[in-house]
Design a protein around this ligand. Structure first.
Ligand SMILES: [Zn+2]
Length: 1031
């Protein structure tokens, strides 16, 4: 599943692809890192390589890398290489794109350059390469002031292939008029085949941005940026304002490309263990040698500061899911800060922002969140360094309109209080500790993290190498604090108190907002139509037919480079695991190069939990580490967690069995990490949570409930397809039913009800009942990932932990009668077991559910019950889903239908699901799914199509796993290396015959068992159709 996480930065980015696996690996040990560094050290400043001159070579030991900065002599293109012993190599090129209107020109350009180029003239090479490569990441982003094209792969040949396609796409795109219509906007007959059907606006970006603006958080962030920097590029919408998009012409698009996508305006970044020289050579030969330097005009001037603060108000659509319908306003105060290219100042201000806003000990949290004036901080909060001059924002969402002045006053008073009393030393230490853990944590997407970390500052000519040297900033920070104990308070005085460049922006719902949007679009449409002559209309009709014909054509992608199935490693690298015990509790140990961190997890079964408490489990999980424990109140607990751990969290789990459709495991997963030296302290915190959690503070619970409910409500417009899929599958398997309870629209509505309750005491009373079933060593198994030395130490600590919590050991009866015991260790079947639930009488039901929501777009899904992971047909269904997506559904749902995305996917629990994302169509998309099945059954696909689907699947199957996550599929799902190897072999073996066979047997009308769900705006067709359940 690809539920999106949201950050302030991501808010204003338009990401091209959804659902791609982010995945990286680093097999670094200190020695190996030194080896990669040594190779990089052979470069010296002044050296010339393939048209580039080396400017600087800098070792960055804290990140185990060597940075090499170069400039391209003829064009002035800038280049940064980070040599690191990581096989997951990354390339990215970014251009400074600074639009001066809201037609979305950089965003539409980002889409259209990926519609074919000189050397690779086939349509949509980008999507096609997904199936011809083992890439671990491929994407494109349009930010407010730059556009970035990154990819990563572990295969050297693949790197060259992708580099060639990327270079040709950005520097030599075809930019055909037809591409502009398809991706940008066009007027077209609603039914392109019918010249008398009404003319409407169509286009991928047009629909994407309508979807994006239906998200109130995004809308607010956009307004805030536009109004805080009103004098240049930040005053416009780089992604495109839906009604301004139809003002863009094809000529303007081509112009923008010529002036912005030029080497003189480009920054190249490469990362990993492949040799730099080869990259430089290829980039010079295939692209840069064909250009001369130009004078670019993309510099962003500083925003002239205001003489006095400003206030603005905007409106949005009401949110049906809001936790409190009467409180739906947002208000926040935003301050313009200094230039982000001042690395140390930016570092200081982001730390300062965390001290002021993050966690229950932060002054703004105490002053704004705890009085419960609003549901949560405003969607934009804290330090934001994504614009040339940074900003700090603070405010609330979910407030009553009449509380606006109250919020403003609290913000002023809190600023004064911070200036007066500063921060406790311990909080500053906790924050620096957190920074240390962040540096040490081996993410599986390190190259990409670096690329996005440096992108903004580098974009405005900041020094990216200085940014990487985080330890320098930490040292300087400590020195500054030592020299001036009021160092941070002085910053608050200067940047907040005395800053007249600040904006107070409020937003409140307007019941007629959506109607106004619709009529504004209608006016725009009529304006355009009024200007058309009869021959123009005829022309539009013919263009529409031509576009449809082009979209329906079988496409020849043979011009694109490709890997072959034989390039895929036949066997999988095994992960050694050691099964042991801590006390009586089963423990899985996995030794990994974790850089001195220990990752501790525990899975606790839900089998004995009474059914009436199930709906409360997600709430229990989200509050159990935040209410206080033992002698610590929730503030002290938060402080200890920050000082001693990287993170402690609990999440509900529904894990389908790999062999039986009607068997699953239910539980909650405890996850945590810390430095080796802090393991005993972290386990003490867990022991306190087990032995003495505090459930005595309804006011604290109210704060947490409001925040969770708000987060869930805000997430629907991002993850509507996930909710639709969860719902579509909810009556098909017993696991599906529980998943809907934990993670579906049922849960969203339940949390809304809880948030509306005036008295939470009854809810509070549920929590200890859940606790005694869940936090119980009788029902538990643990896993530790650590360095070899850390792993052996942790067994001892865990034994102490088990002794500490032994008093909580209780035997309860399982609630459901049919339980199945499965050995945890396949090599020791008489050893410890986990308990699964079986429902042999389960009858899957067909159901069509429609959720009416205030969105202008739909999320559509159909799920079909098929076979579980270890069934012999599972691999064929995986290949089929991938192939149908790439070869049929993408074209129908996105290109013809105008949705942002769509496809099919096969999940381990045995559900084959179709979905669409931000889709202008609803029931029509269901018939596109049906046509997809007909297409599959017709067998109109080639061996090449099958091979491409396999490559694409293997790039996910073989995506790198971070050291912290190794062994997790065994721990959670019981899927061993042997089982994965068997699945791998079956994937290799899938034939055309297998695909036809599974399409017929599982997906055909008549033989399929399925469910359907749509989330979307009011829908007359569905209302009139009694086969739908409308919610
Ligand atoms: Zn886009």
């Amino acid at each position: 599943m690809f539920r999106q996480t949201k950050t302030v930065l991501a808010k204003l980015q338009n990401v091209r692809l959804k659902g791609l696996h982010l995945s990286w690996r680093r097999r670094s040990t200190a020695a190996a890192a030194a080896a990669a560094g040594e190779k990089a050290h052979q470069y010296t400043a002044g050296q010339q390589i393939h048209g580039f001159t080396v400017k600087e070579v800098v070792a960055v030991p804290e990140l185990f890398l060597t940075a090499i900065k170069l400039t391209h002599d003829r064009t002035g293109a800038q280049y940064l290489h980070a040599a690191r012993d990581d096989p997951n190599n990354l390339f990215s090129v970014q251009f400074r794109t600074t639009p001066m209107d809201s037609t979305g020109v950089p965003h539409i350009l980002e889409h259209t350059v990926l519609c074919g180029s000189q050397k690779y003239p086939c349509r949509d090479p980008f999507f096609k390469m997904l199936n011809r490569s083992l890439c671990t990441f491929m994407n494109a982003f349009t930010a407010s002031d730059y556009t970035m094209y990154p990819f990563s792969t572990q295969n050297a040949k693949d790197f060259q292939n992708l580099l060639s396609v990327y270079l040709d796409a950005v520097f030599f795109p075809c930019l055909r008029e037809q591409d502009f219509w398809q991706e940008g906007w066009r007027l077209e007959n609603e039914d392109p085949a019918n010249a008398s059907s009404p003319l409407v606006f169509k286009g991928v970006v047009f629909n994407e941005m309508k979807g994006a603006f239906s998200d109130n958080e995004r809308l607010y962030a956009q307004h805030l940026q536009n109004k805080l920097y009103p004098d240049h590029t930040y005053s416009v919408v780089s992604g495109g304002e839906p009604l301004a998009i139809p003002d863009l012409t094809w000529e303007q698009l081509k112009d923008f490309h010529a002036t912005h996508y030029h080497p003189s305006n480009a920054r190249f970044f490469t990362y990993g263990d492949l040799p730099l020289e080869q990259h430089l050579k290829q980039i010079e030969q295939e692209a840069l040698s064909k250009f001369e330097r130009i004078q670019t005009n993309t510099r962003v001037p500083s925003q002239p500061p205001w003489a006095s603060p400003r206030e603005e108000h905007v409106t949005c659509s009401p949110d049906a899911m809001a936790p409190d319908a009467a409180r739906q306003s947002t208000l926040c105060v935003s301050y313009k800060l200094g230039d982000i290219t001042d690395t140390f100042e930016a570092f200081t201000l982001s730390l300062l922002s965390a001290l002021m806003t993050s966690g229950p000990n932060a002054p703004f949290y105490k002053a704004l969140i705890e009085p419960k004036i609003g549901t949560d901080f405003s969607s934009v909060v804290g330090y934001d360094g994504s614009t040339k001059e940074a900003s700090f924002s603070i405010g609330l969402q979910g407030i009553a309109e009449c509380d606006a002045d109250k919020v403003k006053n609290i913000i002023c008073q809190t600023v004064d209080r911070i200036i007066e009393s500063g921060f406790e030393d311990e909080r500053i230490e906790a924050l620096l500790h957190k920074t240390e853990i962040q540096i040490k944590h081996q993410s599986s997407n390190f190259g990409l993290s670096l690329a996005s970390y440096i992108a903004s500052s580098w974009n405005h000519d900041g020094d990216p190498v200085e940014l990487l040297r985080i330890n320098n900033s930490i040292r300087e920070f400590r020195r500054a604090l030592q020299e001036n104990p009021r160092f941070l308070q002085d910053k608050v005085q200067h940047y907040l108190k005395e800053n007249s460049h600040r904006l107070t922006l409020s937003m409140s719902p307007d019941d007629s907002y959506l109607d106004k949007q619709v009529s504004a679009e209608e006016r725009k449409l009529q304006e355009k139509i009024a200007a058309l002559s009869d021959s123009d209309k005829k022309d539009i009709y013919e263009k529409g037919l031509r576009l449809l014909a082009a979209q329906s054509q079988t496409q020849d992608a043979s011009c694109l480079p490709t890997l072959k199935v034989s390039d895929i490693a036949p066997t999988l690298a095994a992960t050694p695991l050691h099964m042991t015990k801590a006390g009586d509790v089963p423990l899985q140990l996995c030794e990994q190069p974790t850089n001195g961190l220990v990752y501790f997890r525990a899975m606790c079964s839900l089998n004995t939990l009474p059914e009436d408490l199930k709906l409360y489990v997600p709430l229990f999980c989200s509050v159990i580490t935040k209410m206080g424990c033992g002698s610590l109140d929730y503030r002290q607990q938060a402080q200890q967690m920050e000082l001693k751990t990287g993170d402690m969290s609990v999440s509900p789990q529904v894990i389908p069995d790999c062999a039986h459709m009607d068997v699953f495991e239910q539980g909650v997963l405890l996850s945590s990490s810390c430095l080796e030296r802090n393991l005993a302290d972290m386990l003490q915190l867990w022991a306190d949570i087990f032995n003495n959690p505090r459930f005595d503070d309804p006011e604290r619970l109210r704060v947490l409930v409001m925040m969770s409910a708000q987060e869930l409500a805000n997430g629907i417009s991002y993850s509507g397809h996930v909710y639709a899929m969860t719902r579509a599958g909810h009556l098909l398997t017993p696991a599906g039913e529980l998943l809907e309870t934990f993670d579906g629209m049922d849960q969203v509505k339940f949390m809304k009800r809880i948030a509306e309750m005036s008295d939470l005491t009854p809810v509070l009373r549920m929590l200890p009942r859940i606790k005694k079933h869940l936090l119980n060593p009788e029902n538990m198994r643990c896993a530790v990932n650590a360095t070899p030395q850390g792993a052996s130490e942790s067994v001892r600590h865990l034994e102490n932990f088990m002794t500490d919590v032994a008093g909580k050991r209780k035997r309860f009866k399982a609630v459901r009668p049919n339980v199945i015991q499965r050995p945890l260790d396949v090599d020791n079947i008489s050893g410890a077991c986990k308990t699964l639930v079986a429902d042999s009488n389960f009858q899957p039901c067909h159901m069509k559910t429609f959720f009416q929501l205030p969105f202008p777009v739909n999320f559509v899904s159909e799920s079909i019950r098929t076979v579980p992971y270890s069934h012999k047909d599972y691999a064929s269904l995986c290949v089929l889903a991938r192939m149908m997506t790439a070869k049929f559904l993408h074209g129908e749902i996105r290109e013809k239908g105008g949705a942002y995305g769509g496809g099919a996917k096969m999940a381990g629990g045995g559900l084959f699901s179709f979905y669409s994302y931000r889709d202008p169509n609803s029931v029509q998309t269901l018939s596109a799914f049906g046509k997809g099945v007909d297409w599959a059954k017709s067998g109109k696909f080639s061996q090449q199509d099958i091979d491409e689907a396999k490559l694409s699947i293997f790039s996910a199957v073989d995506s790198p796993v971070a050291p912290s996550n190794k062994g997790m599929s065994v721990f959670l799902s019981g899927i061993t290396d042997e089982m994965r190897q068997r699945h791998r072999e079956r994937l290799f073996d899938v034939t055309q015959g297998n695909l036809l066979d599974v399409a017929e047997r599982y997906l055909s009308v008549g033989s399929k068992t399925y469910g359907v769900s749509i989330l979307g705006p009011e829908n007359d067709a569905i209302k009139k159709d009694p086969s739908w359940v409308v919610k």
